[in-house]
Design a protein around this ligand. Structure first.
Ligand SMILES: *Cc1c(COP(=O)(O)O)cnc(C)c1O
Length: 368
């Protein structure tokens, strides 16, 4: 690992490979694996992540929006890509880029058929998404007869997959609800199989679903957070390796006399002689204001340095009174030695948010 000379997000491809193999080991060899690479691959680099996983023979990718799929195609990704939440205005682009839409409502189905027909398509692959209790996106089971009639009376699109999304796979207090969702999905699949002419791929499990409900893997699983090294539960985290490490360097040190303050609005006031280090990243990089005021720490020479005062747009100040360090020394914000999970918890949020919120101005560096 090279020493940081500025703020960088290190992306460890070997760790990604390890996590992929670990998650694969939880499912049958014939089950397909969809890597979820939406939101810049959870804040990392979607083309780099997808290229590496494509090299490992991954079956599918998914993104949230059409433009994310276009980025992958431009980056040379030829593996099938599902767009989980496509908007009508981008259907033409979706088709031009050979992306597969998740169709979740009658209106979206009609709009998609119209655009695909105008473009002269036949048997264009679509996934149908069903709501089984998350109450976010998806058809209800009652709509199945109507949509199957609509689909069976045209040749523009064909249903190649059925999916649903689970609300609480990581939550041991919600196993009854998850099992109910899985039963509902099974019932939908049975009904749909009797209605559609084509054989479909069924997929419902996310990362924690793979860990806790592997029996419901169907034909394909969808994993995001696990690939990046986080498992939503400590015993899973232990098996995974963090792919992303956010690092920076000390720009300047200051010695603050008793009674002096640090930062905007003077939110840190010293009651003893304090040594601070100023670091070149702030809320514009994704380190929100919640991380200030001594609640969160970063690592300098493996020692915790609390973030003091208000987080600024482009800088944070940390307390290094008890740490021997110099200007230019490396700082780990989170990653290999300080879990992004623990970092996020100090601000009452989750790993998904801190990772996907990392701004695009941070340099991404691939290692291994
Ligand atoms: C984001 C997302 C996933 C991935 O979930 P993880 O918990 O990151 O594995 C899977 N399916 C759908 C529909 C999603 O939106």
């Amino acid at each position: 690992m090279a020493k940081a000379e500025e703020t960088v997000l290190e992306i460890d491809l070997k760790a990604l490979g390890h996590n992929y193999r670990f998650l694969r080991s939880k499912i049958k060899p014939e089950t397909k694996f969809m890597a979820v690479v939406k939101a810049y691959a959870y804040g990392s680099d979607s083309v780099a992540i997808a290229t590496y996983l494509q090299g490992l023979g991954i079956d599918y990718f998914s993104v949230a929006y059409v433009n994310e799929g276009v980025t992958l195609r431009k980056g040379g990704i030829t593996t099938p890509i599902l767009v989980l939440h496509p908007q009508k205005v981008h259907f033409k682009t979706l088709i031009e880029n050979n992306l597969e839409p998740s169709i979740y409502s009658k209106a979206i189905l009609s709009d998609f058929i119209t655009v695909a027909k105008e473009m002269g398509k036949t048997n264009y692959p679509i996934h149908l998404k069903f709501n089984t209790g998350l109450n976010r996106l998806g058809f209800s089971v009652d709509e199945l007869p109507e949509i199957s009639t609509r689909i069976n009376h045209q040749k523009t699109v064909q249903v190649i997959a059925l999916l649903s999304h689970l609300a609480a796979t990581e939550d041991a207090n919600e196993t009854d609800f998850t099992n109910l969702q899985l039963e509902r999905f099974d019932a939908i699949c049975q009904k749909a199989d009797a209605m559609f002419k084509t054989k479909t791929i069924k997929h419902v499990l996310n990362t924690s679903g793979i860990i806790n409900y592997a029996h419901a893997q169907h034909d394909m699983v969808r994993s995001g957070i696990g690939l990046y090294g986080y498992g939503n539960e400590p015993h899973v985290d232990d098996e995974l390796q963090p792919v992303m490490t956010l690092k920076t360097i000390i720009s300047q040190k200051h010695t603050i006399a008793t009674g002096e303050s640090v930062g905007y609005n003077r939110k840190y006031k010293s009651d003893h002689k304090t040594v601070t280090a100023t670091l070149p990243l702030g809320h514009a990089d994704g380190i929100g204001r919640e991380y200030g005021h001594g609640k969160t720490y970063v690592l300098i020479h493996d020692k915790p340095a609390p973030i003091i005062g208000n987080v600024c747009m482009d800088m944070i100040m940390v307390d290094v009174t008890d740490i021997e360090c110099e200007e230019g020394d490396e700082v780990e914000i989170f990653g290999k030695n300080l879990s992004a999970n623990e970092f996020a918890e100090t601000a009452n949020t989750i790993t998904y948010e801190i990772l996907t919120g990392l701004s695009q101005r941070i340099k991404r560096v691939l290692i291994n």
